[in-house]
Design a protein around this ligand. Sequence first.
Ligand SMILES: N[C@@H](CCC(=O)N[C@@H](CS)C(=O)NCC(=O)O)C(=O)O
Length: 377
Amino acid sequence: MFRAMMKLLNRTAAQVPTRKGFGGWRKPVDSPHMTLVGAYGSPYSIKMRAVLRYRRIPHRWVVRNSSEDQGFPEAPVPIIPVLVFHDGENGYSESMVDSSPQIMRLETDYSERSLLPTDPVVRFLDHLVEDYGDEWLTKVMYHYRWHHLYGEAIAKAGNMLPLMSDNQMDAEQHRAINEFITDRQMGRTALVGSTDLNRDVIEGSFVRLLTLLEDHLSQHQFLLGGRPARGDFGLFGQFSQLFFWEPDSSLIAAKCSPRSMIWAYQIDDLSSFEVDETKDWFTRDGLPSTLSALLCEIGRTYAPFLIANERALTAQESELICSIEGNEYRQTPFPYQLKCLNWIREAFGQLHEGDRKAVEQLLDGTGCELLLADPHG
Ligand SMILES: N[C@@H](CCC(=O)N[C@@H](CS)C(=O)NCC(=O)O)C(=O)O
C-alpha cells in the first residue's frame, strides 16, 4: 500500500493517465446556466450551492469580491447570495437575491429533481420548516459566531472570513479587514437577538432541535421523507456554519446529534443522489411523530417570535418582546421577517379548503397554528 502510494506520488504530471489519455476523447463540460455569487462563511450561499448541486443545474460558484466577481448585473440589495442568470450569449440577463425566492424561481425554470413535496399539505409544512431554518436558526448561527462569550469562535471567524475572497492577501490588509469585520459583526449581535438576555432561549432551542433531529434521522434520510425538500436546505444552510465552522456549536452538535452532522455533509452535495419513486416525500396521512416534534419546536420559538415581530412593527415599537419556553425574549423588530410571515399566510391562503383544514389539524397544538390566524379577521 505504502509503496503503491509512493509510486503514484513520484509520477510526473505527464505520466498521470487522463481521460483523454485513455480514450482520446474528453467529455465537454456543460456551459453554466447561472452563476452563484456567495461566500464560504455565508449560510444562505452554501444553502443555494447545495440546491444547485442537488438539482444538477450547471452553474459557476464565484466568491464575492474575489477576482472572478466582475461584470455581473447589480443586485437589488447588497447581500449574498446573488443568483445571476446567463443569457446564453456570454452575457447575463438578471441578478436576484434572497434564497427562498431563488429556490422558487428555479422551480419554475427546471422540473427535474424538484424540491416541492407533491402533497400540498406537506409542501406547506416544508415551507414553514425552510423559513424556520432561514430566519430562526440564523440567530443561533450568528450567536455562536459573534457572541462576546465565544472568544475562540470570534477569533476564528475574524481570521478566516477576510481570506475567502483573496487567500494571498497581505498580512497588513488581512489584519485590517479582520478588525473591521469583527467590530462590525460583534456590533450587530443584538440586532439579530444574540444578547445575554436571550442566550438561554437561543442555546436551548439549538440543543432541543439537535435532539429531535437525532431521533428523526435515525428513521428517515431527509426531513420530509425519502427525498430532499426545501426544509432540508433551509436548516442545512445554517448548520453548514454551526457544524463545520463554529467551534463551540460544532462540539455541541457532535455530542447531541452525530446523525445531523452526517446528514449535513450529505445535503451539501446531493448531485449523485438518485431520486427513487418508491422513497417519496411524506404525505399528510403518513407524517411521523418525529416531524411533529420539529413542528412543535418551531411553534415554541419561531412562531411566538414572528407574531411579536408583527405586533411590534404594526405598533411602531422599537422592541419586540415575547415569552419563549418561559423566558422573556427581546429584540429589535425586523421588517424582512414580517414579509416571511405574510408569505406563510399567503401560501396557506392559496391552499384548497380541504388542504387548509388538514394543515390546521396537523398544526393544532404545535404552537404554529398562531401563524395561520388572519390578524385582520
Ligand atoms: N434572506 C436572504 C438573506 C441573505 C443574507 O442575509 N445574506 C447575508 C450574508 S449570509 C448578507 O449578505 N448580509 C449583508 C451584510 O452583512 O451586510 C436569503 O435568504 O438569502
